[in-house]
Write a protein that binds this ligand. Structure first.
Ligand code: GLU
Length: 482
């Protein structure tokens, strides 16, 4: 397959969510696989809807996922600029060309008149659309009115009979009845092009070979094909990706369908402690198959297996358990150094300042026990806190008095103080013997020690924790708990 030129073309109107990230991912995979280019283009023709900070969050999210672009607003490229507002004159020139070719016309109807037409159509239970008043103006008349300074929009002259068929690689031919199509606006009266024209001009100018985008564009897709055909331009391979359904499988996914531990936004998934590798694996499989037994593929492996023929048109249920599963598995695949470095900021966010050398030693104890990086703090924060605060009930032995609990802790402290070498292997045997001596089950006694030393009821293996915490701190925490 020749090198593909593909693009992700978000509008800076919201946050990067898993739907957008998946679109970007599939585009990246196709570019990687074919040795082509992935282009980031910002579609900012709708000035009013632009959200400050959206562009920055979008770029940060893509970078975090490793979905790097070869041309884009920040790095430029042969078709710069890669946002649409500064390309206004280019779109105007192309709109003029469509007028000259008889595929577009100037419309001088005022907003008030259009409103009246709409209302009349609504009353007559017709779907609202332009009534075609200016479609029949002679070019000379239209030129004269424009030259006299009358404001106008430029509309596309959609065919009024027959059908339009465009080919979607995922779903096959999509055919619309032309009587359902409106003479949609290409350029507004302020001279700024609307998305439909701008996107098609850019796709052509930028040499886009494949358009992989969200399925919400399936309805508009024949219009886009009509624009390209009106210019006489070749069409790219169109792939409209599947939609995401709520975790329940009922209805389209939205941000209201998540708990506080979940998110559909890339920036929040990062904050929650998910790895970019896991997010990529997760979204990749919602809408495509990679022909491999192995679910956890890196970007290069996915790119090698990516196949446009394996894009799935059916809606995919968003399954957060699967994300957790993938994240835990990816965490276990990381090297200890890598995991420690990735976990470090999560401890810092919790107000702790772990010594990197100690964190490096703690990491193997938690690697198999955490699902997210944030879990590392819950599981191992006690290593880095000055003091721990076990709940009193955790320091009591079931069926015994508080004094008996204290006595057991004292005995442990004395026993541990006397252990010659402070290694977990050397700590365990005397403590098992002591449990016997106290008439306690090892599990009961160790639970008590765990609470005193870690402040938790769940922790990595107790004696390995003690070894890393060190003799002094272990003994002082026991004393504190007595
Ligand atoms: N700007 C459009 C969006 O944000 C892009 C549609 C397309 O990829 O053609 O969804």
């Amino acid at each position: 397959m020749p090198p593909a030129r593909v693009r992700f073309a978000p509008s800076p109107t919201g946050r990067l969510h898993i739907g957008g990230a998946r679109t970007a991912l599939y585009n990246v995979l196709l570019a990687k696989q074919t040795g082509g280019q992935f282009i980031l283009r910002i579609e900012d023709t709708d000035v009013k809807r632009t959200v400050p900070g959206a562009l920055e969050e979008l770029q940060a999210g893509l970078r975090w996922l490793g979905l790097d672009w070869q041309e884009g607003p920040d790095i430029g490229g042969p078709h710069a600029p890669y946002s649409q507002q500064p390309r206004k004159a280019l779109y105007q020139r192309h709109a003029e060309e469509l007028i000259a070719r008889g595929h577009a016309y100037r419309c001088f109807c005022s907003a008030e008149r259009l409103q009246q037409v709409r209302e009349a159509q609504q009353q007559a239970k017709q779907s609202p659309r332009y009534d075609g008043t200016c479609r029949g103006l002679s070019p000379a008349e239209a030129d004269r009115r424009a030259a006299a300074g009358e404001p106008f929009t430029i509309r596309f002259k959609t065919p009024k009979d027959g059908t339009t068929t465009a080919h979607d690689h995922v779903r096959g031919d999509i055919t619309v009845d032309n009587t359902t199509l409106d003479d949609f606006i290409l350029v507004k009266s302020d001279g700024l092009a609307l998305y439909h024209l701008a996107a098609m001009v850019d796709d052509h100018e930028m040499g886009i070979t494949h358009v992989l985008r969200g399925t919400e564009w399936l309805g508009t897709f024949p219009l886009h094909a009509l624009i390209l055909r009106a210019f006489g331009w070749p069409e790219p391979v169109w792939c409209h990706l599947s939609v995401f359904l709520k975790p329940s499988g009922k209805g389209k996914m939205s941000k209201r369908d998540v708990t506080s531990e979940q998110s559909i936004y890339v920036a929040e998934l990062k904050e929650l402690g998910y790895l970019p590798e896991a997010v990529n694996s997760w979204i990749a499989l919602m809408g495509a198959s990679f022909g491999a037994e192995e679910e956890l593929l890196g970007l290069d492996e996915m790119a090698a297996r990516f196949d446009l023929g394996n894009l799935n048109p059916s809606a995919a249920r968003v399954n957060f358990e699967k994300l957790d599963d993938f994240n835990g598995k990816w965490i276990r695949r990381l090297s200890v150094d890598d995991l420690a470095a990735r976990a470090q900021p999560f401890f810092e966010k919790a107000g702790l300042a772990p010594d990197p050398a100690l964190l490096r030693r703690v990491t193997p104890l938690i690697q198999a026990r955490i699902v997210t990086l944030d879990d590392a703090v819950e599981m191992a924060g006690f290593f880095f806190r000055a003091a721990v605060a076990p709940r009193p009930e955790a320091l009591a032995i079931k069926g015994q008095t508080p004094a008996q609990g204290r006595a057991a802790l004292q005995a442990a402290r004395a026993g541990l103080a006397a252990v010659p070498a402070w290694t977990h292997a050397d700590l365990e045997a005397p403590m098992r013997a002591l449990a016997d001596g106290l008439g306690l089950k090892a599990g009961q006694f160790f639970g008590l020690l765990r609470a005193a030393v870690t402040g938790q009821t769940v922790s990595p293996p107790l004696f390995e924790c003690m070894e890393l915490i060190g003799r002094e701190t272990t003994l002082s925490r026991l004393a504190q708990a007595e």
